[in-house]
Design a protein around this ligand. Structure first.
Ligand code: ZN
Length: 356
């Protein structure tokens, strides 16, 4: 049984949220895979287990080369690398900056991709884990597809890594590293947004999302989808979705990649991209851009387009991160704020886990 059929079988049972797009040649003896996480439906028989390939596997290669390849693919396929998402929980930030004047703070968010003396860096042992972890996450992204990678949960990436030799099982140190990044207090970096999806294994269910044709991205059903459809109708076909739902694994991948680009500078990375768990993309916010503008959509240049002016003139669209926001983040004219019950709950620091 090939993997496509395996996944179709799982889908038919209603228990899997992912469909891997890459065909794995069948044949040969299948190794016994590790147990599926409970979120993946247990196969009905051994015959339904993933057919881990006996065919050609990716040659072991230099992690840095793999990562550079990934960066190229990312910029070609989904120009959403330079993101940031911050919550707006209140006017608290300046009080959290006892050693910093407002002018110094604004200088940082306006020169977000520079390094500053007070910036926090990765510890040396974690620096060594950065590339191998990124390379493994990249292999998973290629394996399940870029669109599905936006949805995948932490347990699911461990599952795929364990069962497919071309990904390779995560080392314990890599898992510990990702957990440390996820659990870190982001205010130490200079990021003041709240935790939005605090469970690393936060699930995004297929039934709750809709794939938007031609974009490779998903939106949450309900307010998020309706808002996008209205904006698209009112602004026109030149406006498109450039990033929708992103679960914690996707945000981890983006944040670690930005940390790599920033030479281990976590503060600099967090001025451009919310640390994993802190992104409103996890619960409904989305990004828009002008068709054909590519990565430039994720710069202040987007605010000079007529599509942006139309967007603002509609009167019902809110941009979450303004040029004078108090959350340690750069100006993001492309990031559309969604208000709904789950987001309002999350942004006000409710005691129960945020769900959407
Ligand atoms: Zn965004």
């Amino acid at each position: 049984m090939n993997k496509r059929k395996f996944l179709q079988t799982l889908l038919a049972t209603g228990g899997v949220v992912l469909v891997a797009k890459r065909y794995i040649p069948s044949g040969g003896q299948s190794p016994v895979p590790d147990p599926a996480p409970e979120t993946l439906a247990a196969p009905a028989s051994a015959d339904l287990m993933p057919d881990a390939s006996q065919g050609p596997t990716l040659a072991a290669s230099n992690a840095k080369e793999e990562f550079e390849l990934m960066m190229l693919q990312e910029s070609e396929l989904r120009p959403g690398f330079k993101h940031s998402e911050r919550s707006q929980g209140g006017e608290v930030v300046i009080q959290q900056l006892p050693n910093e004047t407002v002018d110094q703070y604004l200088e940082k968010i306006r020169n977000f991709d520079n390094s500053f003396a007070s910036d926090i860096y990765l510890r040396e042992e974690n620096s060594k884990l950065l590339l191998p972890t990124l390379a493994r996450l990249d292999r998973i992204q290629n394996f399940v597809g870029h669109a599905n990678f936006n949805l995948i949960s932490f347990e699911e990436i461990l599952y795929f890594a364990r069962n497919y030799p071309e990904i390779g099982k995560f080392e314990k140190a890599e898992v510990d590293f990702m957990n440390e990044i996820f659990q870190a207090d982001a205010t130490t970096y200079g990021f003041f947004g709240e935790k939005i999806t605090p469970d690393f294994n936060h699930r995004v269910l297929q039934k709750d999302v809709v794939k938007i044709d031609g974009t490779g991205h998903y939106l949450m059903r309900g307010e998020s989808l309706a808002h996008y459809q209205q904006i698209h109708k009112d602004v026109g076909n030149e406006l498109t979705l450039t990033s929708g739902i992103r679960n914690n694994v996707k945000q981890m991948h983006l944040f670690l990649a930005k940390t790599f680009q920033s030479e281990g500078n976590l503060s600099r990375a967090s001025r451009s991209l919310a640390p994993p768990g802190h992104s409103f993309h996890g619960v409904g916010d989305f990004d828009v851009g002008k068709v054909g503008m590519g990565e430039q959509n994720f710069t202040a240049d987007f605010a000079t387009t007529k599509e942006y002016r139309r967007l603002i003139n509609l009167g019902y669209v809110d941009i979450r991160y303004t040029d004078t926001n108090k959350f340690g983040v750069r100006y993001e004219p492309w990031h559309i704020k969604i208000e709904n019950d789950s987001i309002a709950h999350c942004s006000h620091g409710g005691s129960s886990p945020c769900t959407a």
